[in-house]
Design a protein around this ligand. Structure first.
Ligand code: AMP
Length: 289
């Protein structure tokens, strides 16, 4: 393994702004915003940013910020896993050269901060329905980060499909500039989608979580092999198949507007959120007829 190190660690919004302002015109910036505790899913985003902004043409910025405004009062903010040192090493290895890791949440949401960014139509269903305010927090922090980093390209994961759809809308509506790129879900060898929250599952729940990719594989089999198209047929027996996980939602929605549908006639999304002891896990798969 070759040694790689982050060139610059930015700790405050002011430092981030000054760093960005110091770049000559034409120097490109790739950006990967995260909440840290990096896994191969995050790494794939950093690599993609580096591929699009090769060394010598610009910089790849990783941000690590566990954004309190996107957690509900009874959610896992205080249990969210953290490992900044390890993250910086992994990020550098994957090609990031700049890290923005605010030490203090007030750096992004000062006491005086009073502006919120929302995309209510896309945020109403799925995770937005069970996590009120979640996407408002996400949209607001990404808008702030985008304003500081002013990337040419921001890379996000399709594991958070609804988040990506919301951010694409926000990015277009607010003329944020640059480009948004979505990357496929990276999975563990047993099919479970990689997530920092997997670290909070006890060993038995981690095994039980395999029910999610198995269910997704079954839905895909029903769609592609059995040619089923009706929601009730595609999603049949979800509760039994996802047990002992407890379903938060299992839904079939239009892949573009995220509205619930009863039949697949154009690209659709099957999205699930399942609660296990220790963590609520999400996953999704796109069905294209
Ligand atoms: P997070 O740190 O969980 O907020 O995620 C930061 C970014 O990594 C988001 O764009 C996520 O969609 C993306 N991401 C998280 N898990 C995965 C995964 N398993 N595969 C691909 N991207 C992911």
């Amino acid at each position: 393994m070759t040694e790689a190190a982050i060139q610059q660690l930015l700790r405050t919004a002011g430092e981030a702004r000054r760093w960005r302002d110091s770049l000559a015109p034409g120097v490109r910036v790739g950006f990967v915003p995260t909440m840290g505790y990096l896994h191969e899913g995050h790494i794939s985003l950093i690599r993609e940013a580096r591929r699009r902004v090769p060394k010598g043409t610009g910089h790849v910025v990783l941000s690590i910020f566990v954004n309190p405004t996107q957690f509900g009062p009874n959610e896992d903010l205080d249990r969210y896993p953290r490992d900044e040192l390890g993250d910086l090493e992994k990020a550098a290895q994957a090609g990031a050269d700049i890290a923005f890791c605010p030490l203090d949440p007030d750096e992004m949401f000062s006491k005086a901060s009073a502006t919120w960014v929302e995309v209510p139509t896309l945020a109403a269903g799925l995770c937005g329905a069970s996590r009120p305010g979640h996407f408002r927090g996400v949209c607001t922090v990404v808008t702030k980060l985008w304003g500081l980093v002013r990337p040419d390209v921001g890379v996000f994961g399709q594991k958070d499909f609804q988040q990506l759809a919301i951010l694409r809308r926000l990015h277009a509506d607010l003329f944020l500039g640059g480009e948004i790129v979505g990357m496929p879900i990276v999975r563990e060898p047993d099919g479970v989608a990689m997530s920092s929250r997997n670290a909070n599952l006890d060993p038995q729940s981690r095994l039980d979580a395999r029910a999610i990719p198995r269910f997704m594989a079954e839905v895909r089999r029903r769609f592609f092999e059995q040619k089923l198209r009706a929601r009730d047929e595609l999603l049949a027996e979800a509760a039994a198949r996802l047990a002992p996980g407890v379903i938060d939602y299992v839904q079939l929605v239009d892949a573009e507007n995220l509205q619930p549908i009863e039949r697949v006639e154009r690209p659709a999304l099957v999205a699930v959120a399942v609660q296990f002891p220790g963590a609520r896990l999400i996953d999704n798969t796109v069905l294209t007829p």
